[in-house]
Design a protein around this ligand. Structure first.
Ligand code: AAT
Length: 295
């Protein structure tokens, strides 16, 4: 922070930075894993920053949390067991829990977060993001404090939907973008299950995205890419890698076609996701299509 502005500089987006005017710094500390910063900004409400990278702002977090959650959840006909890797702010958990009673009955939702401090700081300074999902009151929610890669290896055929809401592949989340992790993720899914992985920006990381897609295609029956607009993520855009396990994904299911829909009351609570946004998120510009298909 300099002259009242937070500058988001990072090795993954060299030569560019997003600046947010700071009103007040509320928390600044270091956990065992990363630097944690919370401040009130002038234009985007409260902001959570890990190792210098913006994770959540109050103004636009819903775009990311709704899309990374509802795209995989609504292409599964009946998700009952869900795993969220990362996501210590609780926003994805909040969105997953909306599905209870939407044509499915959730049995268990597990949050596997590496850094307990992120959960503590988020509950204290950003309670509106988790809406109570992290406070231990919901018996369907369990929280595991450990590395997502280690957790994944201990679970087989357990989950219908796995969401990796993880930070960027430089730092503690590095292991979550490598082939062994993707293989254990495949093993941890039930037949017909789907995974959704934070997929970085088409403007910054097209090579990385294309490389990861090639690896995923060697493992999963279906791999697809969707995108959303999030102004405070690098380059204002972030993508999602959708990966399906089982023959059903080769035959009649597609990640771009929802098989359930939010009820009217649920839709009224959503601000970014709708069935139309879902399908359109998979429409990609030709330069991205070409890079992804390896042409
Ligand atoms: N919903 C907020 C967006 C995030 S949060 C990323 C979370 O992943 C953090 O809480 C971090 O502590 C956690 N995390 C990092 N590595 C691991 C790991 N190995 N196992 C489990 N959790 C982990 C993502 C924002 C994307 C930013 C785009 N620039």
């Amino acid at each position: 922070i300099r002259d009242g502005w937070f500058l988001e500089r990072g090795a993954l987006w060299p030569g560019q930075a997003l600046a947010l005017e700071v009103q007040q710094v509320l928390y600044s500390g270091r956990s065992c894993f990363q630097d944690i910063l919370v401040f009130d900004s002038k234009a985007h409400g409260r902001v959570l920053v890990l190792d210098g990278a913006i994770q959540v702002t109050e103004r636009d977090e819903f775009a990311y949390q709704e899309m990374i959650t509802h795209v995989p959840m609504f292409v599964h006909p009946r998700p009952t067991r869900v795993l969220v890797v990362g996501g210590g702010d609780g926003g994805v958990l909040r969105e997953v829990l909306r599905h209870d009673g939407q044509g499915t009955a959730l049995e268990q939702v597990v949050l596997c977060e590496l850094d307990e401090e992120v959960i503590r700081v988020s509950r204290k300074y950003l309670p509106g993001v988790s809406e109570g999902a992290l406070d231990g009151s919901n018996p369907k929610v369990s929280i595991a404090i450990m590395d997502g890669a280690a957790f994944m290896q201990q679970h087989e055929e357990q989950f219908d939907v796995i969401i990796t809401d993880s930070s960027d592949p430089l730092g503690p989340a590095e292991s979550l973008y490598q082939e062994p992790f993707f293989r254990s993720m495949y093993a941890a899914l039930r037949d017909g299950g789907i995974a959704c992985i934070q997929g970085e920006s088409i403007w910054l990381h097209l090579d990385l995205i294309a490389r990861v897609i090639q690896i995923l295609k060697g493992i999963f029956e279906m791999v697809d890419y969707a995108t959303a607009s999030v102004p405070t993520y690098p380059s204002g855009q972030i993508g999602f890698l959708l990966c399906g396990k089982g023959a059903v994904w080769r035959e009649d299911r597609s990640a771009s076609r929802p098989v359930r829909k939010p009820s009217e009351p649920m839709q009224r609570q959503l601000r970014y996701y709708s069935p139309e946004m879902h399908s359109s998120a998979f429409v990609l510009p030709p330069f991205v299509q070409r890079a992804i298909s390896g042409a």
